[in-house]
Design a protein around this ligand. Structure first.
Ligand SMILES: *Cc1c(COP(=O)(O)O)cnc(C)c1O
Length: 353
């Protein structure tokens, strides 16, 4: 009855091993919907990998990660003096991300021994301190005879954009800022660099430890390891003109209405219409008797090896598909393939084999 994610454990783990070998110092990232698999399961996978640090996205995700993973837990969302950060503030396994000088003072007021990384702002302009702010923090420390403010410093963090070519030049500039600031750390947490870029940095900055935070490549790098499948819940043969659905549409021709698991609650959405964008394309599709011409849009479900059309927009937990006469009709209880974005899908079940 479910939308199920099947995971081939051997392939899933073989990919993780490959990524870990290519990226020494790897920090796995488990956040959000756990890349389709769940934060808790990924925390257990990270524990099996034997890494010392796991990154989660938010303070709210800590409970899901901390029982399954025994090491340090880096929270990627910067600490703020409000919200969920309070709850986790005295866990010695937690490494906070601090992106404003004032927040560091507030954090250390509430938790004097806190462990943290300082985020340096990048061209993403999401969070982070400027080079000047980093330098001022380092100077305040030495100037006042070390008041212990940087005692818990575990490194500096850069969050880089994903596109726009190589970010190596930017990383070099940011590393120069860290050196110039005089911060007492040589550990840098980075995102979204290629293996070659990481290798170049390791070569050119040998006194630094570069720690790549990685989620997508680690968990979803082998797409063959994961398979999303929906269950056929009902099958209705229809004649041309038969009325169906919430909107009382009529079947454009004879075929089958199929009800399958998976709807908006799972993140199943409408796909773009199947190429009948222009008037000419629509006319051509009409002439061919194409279903796209009658306003049905492509769904992510495949049956008989072909993507199929929604009979109407997805419902909350199920979707209605239209199969034209002649297409193979699955049976109630059969499973069919569905193409999803793993990071945006809530599965009813995750099954490892
Ligand atoms: C999500 C995230 C990552 C990991 O991103 P992937 O593209 O999934 O590898 C790294 N760093 C930060 C700060 C993130 O938020």
């Amino acid at each position: 009855m479910s939308l199920t994610l099947y995971v081939d454990r051997a392939r899933f783990r073989a990919n993780q091993q490959r990524v870990l070998e290519r990226r020494p110092g790897l920090v796995p990232v488990a956040k959000g919907n756990g890349y389709g698999v769940s934060v808790e399961t990924l925390a257990a996978e990270a524990a099996a990998l034997g890494v010392d640090v796991l990154a989660v996205g938010t303070y709210d995700e800590l409970p899901a990660a901390e029982s399954a993973f025994p090491g340090s837990l880096l929270v990627l969302t910067p600490w703020r003096p409000f919200g969920a950060a309070d709850r986790a503030s005295s866990d010695p396994r937690v490494i906070h991300t601090v992106s404003r000088p004032d927040d560091l003072a507030r954090l250390l007021d509430t938790e004097p021994g806190a462990r943290f990384v300082l985020e340096h702002v990048t061209s993403m302009l999401r969070h982070g301190m400027t080079a000047t702010q980093l330098r001022e923090l380092a100077e305040a420390r030495s100037g006042s005879g070390d008041d212990g403010r940087l005692e818990g410093l575990e490194g500096v963090a850069f969050h880089l954009p994903m596109t726009g070519g190589s970010h190596l030049a930017e990383v070099r500039r940011l590393l120069t800022d860290v050196v110039a600031a005089g911060l007492p750390t040589r550990t840098v947490f980075v995102s979204h660099l290629t293996d070659d870029e990481l290798a170049a940095l390791a070569r050119d900055w040998p006194d630094f430890t570069i720690r790549p935070r990685t989620g997508t490549d680690l968990w979803l790098g082998d797409r063959e390891a994961l398979r999303a499948r929906a269950t056929v819940l009902d099958v209705h043969p229809v004649d041309r003109g038969a009325v169906y659905g919430y909107r009382g549409r009529s079947a454009p021709r004879a075929g089958t209405i199929l009800v399958v698991s998976g709807g908006t609650a799972h993140g199943i959405g409408l796909e773009a219409p199947t190429g009948a964008g222009t008037v000419r394309a629509r006319a051509a599709a009409l002439a061919r008797g194409g279903l796209d011409a009658v306003g049905l849009v492509r769904s992510p479900y495949s049956i008989g090896g072909k993507p199929r059309l929604f009979a109407e927009p997805p419902h909350m937990q199920a979707s209605m598909l239209f199969l034209p006469a002649g297409a193979p009709v699955p049976e109630i209880g059969d499973e069919v393939d569905v193409r999803v974005r793993f990071t945006a899908t809530s599965f009813d079940r995750v099954q490892f084999s």
